[in-house]
Design a protein around this ligand. Structure first.
Ligand code: ATP
Ligand code: MG
Length: 184
């Protein structure tokens, strides 16, 4: 299967210093106190996969993902997120298909917009979006469980809960995708 193996953030929202997350196979949960950056992490994952809707990024404009500064730290001029995907099974589209691991980088610079690289080479937003659309792990994929959906699941009537879980299991079974769970 095509798994996410590493997420690296640099200047993205509250992650001002470079932060590496090693992502292991299976279900991943993100837990921590209010305001520690759980939602920002999930937004970084959506963003590097090509998310462009400001509403999905909880910001007014594209540049709002760049670290805006605090009382003690100056604002940054760019934000960068890199996602490494295991492609040992060669499931990626032909363009990416000669490598065991695919590195996708999205970078936004103030006043210069955002750009993507795959394996160190410039690629179009569309190429990246298609990579993840094919893999069914994209920004709007059910494999990313939003805050609130967990409580919907818990509070659902048994019949509906079963449907929600079957949907999730279907995705997992068909595509062996890893699931991102965000817990409030
Ligand atoms: P909760 O448990 O309440 O959902 P959370 O762990 O999901 O919290 P986030 O919403 O990911 O927390 O992070 C919120 C923090 O990120 C706030 O402190 C906010 O100021 C900070 N933040 C968001 N955007 C930026 C930015 N562009 N620059 C600096 N800090 C930012
Ligand atoms: Mg949150």
């Amino acid at each position: 299967s095509m798994q996410f193996t590493r997420l690296r953030l640099n200047g993205f929202k509250s992650f001002v210093d470079q932060t590496d997350l090693v992502i292991q196979a299976g279900l991943t949960g993100v837990v921590g106190p209010n305001g520690c950056g759980k939602s920002n992490l999930l937004e970084a994952l959506r963003w590097v996969m090509g998310e462009n809707r400001p509403t999905a990024m909880r910001g007014g404009g594209m540049e709002d993902v760049i670290f805006a500064g605090t009382a003690t730290r100056a604002a940054r001029n760019f934000a960068e997120v890199s996602l490494t995907i295991d492609n040992a099974d060669r499931l990626a589209p032909a363009q990416f298909n000669d490598a065991d691991a695919i590195d996708i980088i999205r970078r936004i610079t103030r006043d210069a917009g955002s750009a993507y690289k795959a394996q160190g080479k410039d690629v179009r937003a569309r190429d990246v979006q298609m990579l993840f659309a094919d893999a069914a792990t994209g920004a709007t994929s059910p494999a990313l469980v939003r805050q609130g959906q967990i409580s919907e699941l818990i509070h659902a009537k048994p019949k509906n809960r079963r449907r929600i879980l079957e949907d999730a299991a279907g995705i997992a079974g068909l595509y062996q995708r890893r699931h991102e769970a965000e817990l409030k």
